[in-house]
Design a protein around this ligand. Structure first.
Ligand SMILES: Nc1ncnc2c1ncn2[C@@H]1O[C@H](COP(=O)(O)OP(=O)(O)O)[C@@H](O)[C@H]1O
Ligand SMILES: [Mg+2]
Length: 89
């Protein structure tokens, strides 16, 4: 279960994620959208490379936003062209 609540990411005047709220109960196999839609930005929030301006993300009930990229939880997230977050497992 992945919960995303009122997520906002802003880069200067660009706001690729603006108040995203969604609960995902099934495995995700893909994320599609046009160039610049914010797909990579969302993955970067999961991996800790991007800090949201507002909102939070929980994976299996565990808050993963606000955790620095060098202090990973037990799961792994990687966005293309970024280093893979090293797992504790
Ligand atoms: N680190 C960043 N600094 C400034 N703007 C960024 C940064 N990352 C992404 N953006 C901007 O945010 C928007 C969404 O980008 P991105 O998440 O890469 O889209 P997608 O992966 O869906 O093509 C784009 O307008 C992009 O230029
Ligand atoms: Mg991308």
């Amino acid at each position: 279960m992945i919960e995303i609540h009122d997520l906002v990411v802003q880069f200067g005047g660009v706001k690729p994620i603006d108040g995203l709220t969604v609960q995902l109960t099934r495995p995700i196999v893909g994320l599609i959208g046009p160039n610049g839609a914010g797909k990579t930005t969302l993955l970067n929030v999961f991996s800790g490379f991007v800090e949201p301006r507002r909102g939070w993300v929980k994976v299996r009930g565990e808050l993963i936003t606000g955790i620095p990229a060098h202090k990973p939880p037990i799961w792994v997230c990687a966005a293309p062209s970024r280093p893979i977050r090293s797992p504790k497992i």
